[in-house]
Unconditional design. Structure first.
Length: 151
């Protein structure tokens, strides 16, 4: 469609009505609000997670690190002995409590090297996920066969 042109070749546009300008302004403000609110609610927990406060004043850094490692390995072993869970994208629920303890340890004991413990945690999470997806089903089948074969 050809737009009508003036004698000097410039196209003539109808000016925006007041209601259309108001609607565009409201839309723009709402869009900016949604973007700012989204960044404000998502970005801080990713880069600056809240560290839970410790219940007691003194924290034995080496002892808590050893306890975290023992808890992690014991829970992972129990998870495998149980035959795993239904495969899902979310980690086992007990890892949330473990993470809270770990973040408290890291915040209160900055000189303690926690990289290997953190690496162990994430590798075990991936291992448990693969176990749930593949071998967990086989463990459940073996348990069922063993239960069926008993008199």
């Amino acid at each position: 469609m050809n737009e009508p042109e003036d004698a000097d070749g410039a196209s003539r546009h109808k000016p925006l009505s007041t209601s259309r300008r108001l609607a565009l302004a409201i839309y723009g403000v709402a869009l900016i609000f949604v973007i700012v609110a989204g960044f404000r609610s998502i970005i801080p927990p990713i880069f600056w997670p809240e560290v839970p406060a410790a219940t007691d004043g003194a924290l034995d850094c080496q002892g808590e690190s050893a306890a975290l490692e023992t808890t992690l390995l014991d829970r992972a072993a129990e998870h495998m002995r149980r035959g795993g869970d239904t495969p899902s994208a979310t980690p086992p629920a007990w890892l949330g409590a473990w993470d809270a303890r770990f973040h408290t340890l890291r915040a209160r004991c900055p000189s303690l090297p926690t990289t290997s413990l953190e690496r162990l945690r994430f590798r075990l999470e991936r291992t448990l996920w693969r176990f749930d997806r593949n071998e967990g089903r086989r463990v459940a089948e073996l348990r069922k066969l063993a239960a069926d074969s008993q008199p």
